[in-house]
Design a protein around this ligand. Structure first.
Ligand SMILES: Nc1ncnc2c1ncn2[C@@H]1O[C@H](COP(=O)(O)OP(=O)(O)OP(=O)(O)O)[C@@H](O)[C@H]1O
Length: 260
């Protein structure tokens, strides 16, 4: 690949007491790529995400993003640097409308926040209008702009997932991390979400995602990183991973690990 990596994870390690949740993991993600992280339950995928997004500090190793080291920075600093994420459990603000939820993502990139917006200064008004327009733009992208003025809490689950992606994208990040985006979606909703991700990628967004749904992983990833017991055991294109014996053994090899 010609360009510089957008994300560079080097020897990343996290131990909890005696448990090595993530051990010496390396991988790169280039601009515009969709990279999946897969592995059996408890392999260390969420811990890896938490270290990249500043939720946890690594025990050792480094994370570079956009040519700067972000290891151990606070989550808001990492968001400012251009990484946003969605969580395994929905994190929709239930007491807001759909468009207000997305506007909260836009506010990360505008000068004023929700607190200062209480003063209704001209700049604030202008920015509110701008935030509204940007939020509507992202709701259109994910196909739920007709629901903009509904209470977020009444949206069906699949639409709440789309809302989260719109909110993440509205902060104009360079990279979006998705933690099990397909969980709980029916096949039609999954394929809608796949299209949204592919569309955003074609416009230059990069994605790193954890997912158990292999059809999605194989269908949209440029590359797949496989971890097992905290260690990277394989990395490659979907076709390479599909045939990798270590990967097959990790998923099917032991009784207590569910095949996914
Ligand atoms: N805060 C913590 N304290 C102690 N151990 C932890 C903590 N968080 C994770 N672990 C352990 O680290 C290992 C990796 O967990 P992690 O949640 O990262 O796995 P995962 O691959 O995301 O699993 P899943 O697919 O089930 O979400 C597990 O053995 C887990 O029990």
């Amino acid at each position: 690949m010609m360009s510089n990596p957008l994300l560079e994870v080097k020897s990343l390690t996290k131990s909890f007491g005696g448990v090595m949740a993530v051990c010496d993991v390396d991988f790169l993600l280039y601009p515009g790529e969709i990279v999946a992280v897969i592995g059996p339950n408890g392999a260390g995928k969420t811990t890896l995400f938490n270290m990249i997004t500043g939720v946890m500090s690594p025990s050792s190793g480094t994370v570079n993003f956009n040519k700067k080291e972000i290891t151990g920075k606070r989550p808001f600093q990492i968001a400012e640097a251009g990484i946003t994420r969605t969580f395994q459990n929905l994190q929709v603000f239930e007491n807001m409308t759909v468009v207000e939820n997305v506007m909260s993502g836009v506010h990360c990139r505008l000068k004023t926040g929700f607190l200062t917006s209480g003063f209704r200064l001209p700049l604030v008004k202008r920015e509110e209008k701008q935030a509204y327009e940007i939020a509507m733009h992202y709701l259109e992208k994910v196909g739920i702009s007709d629901l903009a003025h509904e209470d977020a809490k009444v949206l069906p689950y699949g639409n709440q997932r789309l809302l989260e992606i719109a909110r993440a994208a509205a902060s104009s990040p360079k990279l979006i991390l998705l933690d099990e985006p397909m969980a709980g979606l029916n096949p039609q909703e999954s394929s809608q979400l796949v299209q949204v991700i592919q569309q955003m990628r074609s416009e230059g967004m990069s994605f790193l995602f954890v997912e158990h749904d292999m059809e999605t992983v194989m269908g949209i990833s440029d590359r797949i990183v496989v971890i097992d017991y905290g260690k990277k055991i394989a990395e490659g294109t979907p076709a390479e991973i599909y045939e990798n014996e270590k990967v097959i053994a990790a998923y099917l090899g032991t009784d207590e690990e569910e095949a996914i």
